[in-house]
Design a protein around this ligand. Structure first.
Ligand code: GMT
Length: 378
């Protein structure tokens, strides 16, 4: 198949997932055309015969007070679809990608061309509910030929929030279990001389929904009970507040801010526990990556997280904001190595059985085939 993929190219689960999907589909012989305003981060500029990247050019003009990305993206979609003969366009994160895709579909002179939209989370649970977006979101989702959601929870939210009368297939996120596996001799312990400490880790885009301040609070409780260090990977709006809290609590010597990183399997492998105390999380891709690297996850009970983390088997789940309980779970695991290792193995097993790349990419292929054989939605 010739498939166009549109996603946000920056750090963030939806862009990561879309890029890894494109790379995996290319390996299976499909021709993949990424269409975005910048090179997707996980493409790493790597060369593959089956992967192409088309940049959306943005025009500025004094009359335009706001950038006009939606029509610019639609025009690029039309150009690529017509010129490259795309069979379908798969857009990740509905705003504004599904809207641009609908516009493009109306202009593309190929009756067989289809649009698939994957809903990732805040496009549905937060941003899309803004009154200024609501009706366009509902319309754009209903006008997609195929719609997938990354968890059952997100599917239910979409159906209720938008009163949508549309079939939505749940296709969960995936991880490449060959790439994401435990590395025995991780450089992080040596680099920071952490051999005598237990390591807690958190990876995110540091947006308020991730509640990174809770991560610091949990760590503060844990380090009072056992020698421990906290590794924070990623960057975003909450980072300065977190750095301030770390200094206020006097934790600056045991908390390491690594910023954005690429070598995640190696970094994750250094950790004993992964923390994800999010306010909202439709799936929790970085928790899955941790599980694949044999790191038990302690998370909040929101959104799709209970579909990923099995309480008392691959990690623990607690109410949002219950930092005391999350810390208690962390201490429990860190003082019982047999249990921690059992959780670690169970997490890896679950990642391999339920969320491995081959299984889920196959589900996407079957979804595409189904949609290509159904009548076009006008
Ligand atoms: O977090 C966001 O604001 C958007 C989005 C992203 O691009 O990272 O994250 C969502 O999509 C990920 C990939 O499907 C999911 O793993 C995240 O759980 C989801 N984030 C939220 O629901 C907050």
């Amino acid at each position: 198949m010739k498939i166009g993929i549109t996603c946000y190219p920056t750090y963030g689960g939806s862009g990561v997932l879309a890029t890894e999907l494109g790379k995996a589909l290319a390996k299976r012989g499909h021709q993949i055309h990424f269409i975005s305003y910048a090179m997707p981060m996980r493409l790493n500029g790597g060369f593959d015969n089956n992967i192409f990247y088309h940049e959306v050019e943005m025009t500025t003009y004094p009359v335009f007070e706001f950038p006009l990305y939606t029509p610019a993206l639609a025009s690029k979609m039309v150009e690529v679809a017509n010129f490259e003969g795309l069979d379908l366009l798969h857009v990740h994160y509905a705003i504004p990608h599904a809207t641009s895709a609908y516009l493009a579909k109306k202009m593309i002179q190929n009756d067989k061309f289809r649009v698939v939209t994957t809903l990732h989370g805040t496009d549905i649970t937060l941003v899309g509910l803004e009154p200024s977006f609501l009706s366009v979101m509902k319309f754009s989702i209903e006008k997609s030929d195929g719609v997938t959601a990354v968890s059952r929870h997100l599917k239910e939210k979409t159906l209720t929030n938008y009163a949508i009368n549309k079939e939505i297939d749940v296709i969960p996120n995936f991880v490449d279990v060959e790439e994401y596996r435990h590395v025995d001799d991780s450089c992080i312990r040596r680099k920071f001389s952490l051999d005598d400490k237990r390591i807690l880790i958190h990876v995110s885009n540091f947006r308020p929904v991730k509640r990174v301040m809770d991560v610091v609070k949990i760590f503060d409780i844990v380090q009072k009970k056992i020698p421990a260090a906290l590794i924070l990977v990623g960057d975003g709006p909450e980072r300065s507040n977190c750095e301030m809290l770390v200094r206020e609590l006097g934790l600056q010597h045991s908390v390491k801010f690594l910023g954005k990183q690429n070598e995640l399997p190696e970094i994750l492998s250094a950790a004993d526990i992964f923390l994800m105390p999010s306010q909202s999380e439709s799936f929790g891709l970085s928790a899955l990556e941790a599980m694949a690297c044999e790191v038990p996850v302690i998370s909040s009970s929101v959104g799709g997280l209970p579909e990923l983390v099995v309480h008392n088997q691959t990690g623990y789940i607690a109410e949002i904001g219950d930092v005391e309980r999350m810390a208690k779970y962390a201490v429990d695991l860190l003082t019982n190595e047999t249990k921690r290792e059992m959780f670690a193995k169970e997490g890896r097993k679950r990642a391999m059985e339920m969320f491995n790349l081959d299984k889920i990419v196959g589900e996407y292929e079957r979804h595409y085939e189904k949609i290509l054989n159904l009548p076009k939605v006008d």
